[in-house]
Design a protein around this ligand. Structure first.
Ligand code: PEP
Ligand code: MN
Length: 337
């Protein structure tokens, strides 16, 4: 179990909590950082009075997960994880800007967008080859041909490739073709897929499930990490709420919570979060200010003709303008682009 202590908890409050835990014969791992104080409790928590802890004002959050299993937790590793992806790093001072179309559509489209986003300052190229579409009658992606085109785009621009995997059967191919393997929101709880990806050492960008809690999200990361692959990047991409003006509701508080609980890099996808291109700029800024380590942004040369997600895709010139603004903001936040 993990207890996240409140910023206002006094030493006396914390001592009392610890005393209770120790007197139940349990072990405590304690982690104190600049803006967090976490107690990990190891052992059988059935001997604890949970209600008493839940009502304790010194405790912000109580997560029942067994701490010894949480490799994603700051209790397991205090330093923030920095993931090497070819000549780039994710989770370091420099923000990861992953930009590109929703889907790879043809050679000219992906190559021209790749060159464009690179010139504007993106350091990764995204593009779906295998697309998880809600309707089986919508464009499903160019599949293997899409991977070939992404490889070509990498040769041309040097940008590492981020693209989504849908099936265990494609893992070998993705290892050859892709720099960061994306697990989409719909597959966040495809535990067999996560387990198999845990056996590789490829960086995995794990998107939050459409209605997953923060704890479920971290436990999915755990499936990958448990197998030995600790190169996991978390991506907040909006959750389903009652609101339907936007496609999803961007949960920026999840970024703050994940940065408090976990050492893994956290990025934000304002495009899928909102479904609206004109919301991408303000929410990108908000994400950086909330502590995100990067952004995933959809860009299309002709959004009105895009085969998927045109409404949320930025036109190239708007992406350039956005990057200029984000460069200044990143500096203010002690980061860089
Ligand atoms: C995507 O990034 O192409 C995608 C389908 O995103 P999500 O899994 O967040 O819906
Ligand atoms: Mn998309």
């Amino acid at each position: 179990m993990i207890l996240v202590l409140n910023d206002t908890a006094t030493e006396a409050d914390i001592d009392k909590i610890k005393e209770k835990i120790y007197s139940s014969g349990l072990e405590i791992y304690e982690l104190i950082g600049l803006n967090y104080h976490i107690l990990g409790i190891k052992g059988d928590i059935n001997s604890l009075d949970l209600k008493d802890l839940e009502e304790n004002k010194a405790i912000d959050k109580l997560m029942p997960t067994e701490v010894s299993q949480m490799k994603s937790s700051k209790l397991y590793k205090t330093e923030n994880t920095i993931i090497d992806v070819s000549d780039q790093k994710i989770g370091d001072k420099k923000l990861a800007i992953i930009a590109g179309p929703c889907s790879v559509e043809n050679e000219n489209q992906i190559l021209s967008i790749a060159q464009f986003v690179k010139e504007s300052g993106a350091n990764f190229l995204r593009g779906g080859a295998f697309k998880p579409r809600t309707s089986p009658y919508s464009f499903q992606g160019l599949r293997e041909e899409g991977l070939e085109l992404l490889k070509h785009a990498r040769e041309l621009t040097g940008l590492p490739i981020v693209t989504e995997i849908m099936s265990i059967n494609h893992i070998d191919k993705f290892i050859d073709y892709v720099d960061v393997i994306q697990v989409g929101a719909r597959n966040m709880q495809n535990y067999e897929l996560l387990r198999e990806l845990g056996k590789t050492n490829k960086p995995i960008l794990l998107k939050r499930g459409i209605s997953a809690t923060i704890e479920e999200f971290l436990l999915s990361a755990e499936y990958i990490m448990a197998g030995g692959n600790e190169n996991v990047i978390l991506c907040e991409r909006g959750i389903r709420t009652f609101e339907n003006f936007t496609r999803n509701t961007l949960d920026l508080s999840a970024v703050v919570a994940l940065k408090k609980l976990s050492h893994l890099p956290v990025i934000v996808d304002p495009s899928h979060s909102t479904g609206l291109w004109w919301m991408v700029e303000p929410l990108s800024k908000a994400a950086i200010s909330a502590g995100a380590d990067g952004l995933m942004i959809e860009v299309h040369n002709e959004p009105e003709k895009a085969l998927s997600d045109g409404k949320q895709s930025l036109k190239p010139e708007n992406f350039t303008k956005l990057m200029e603004k984000l460069k200044a903001l990143a500096k203010l936040e002690g980061r860089e682009i």
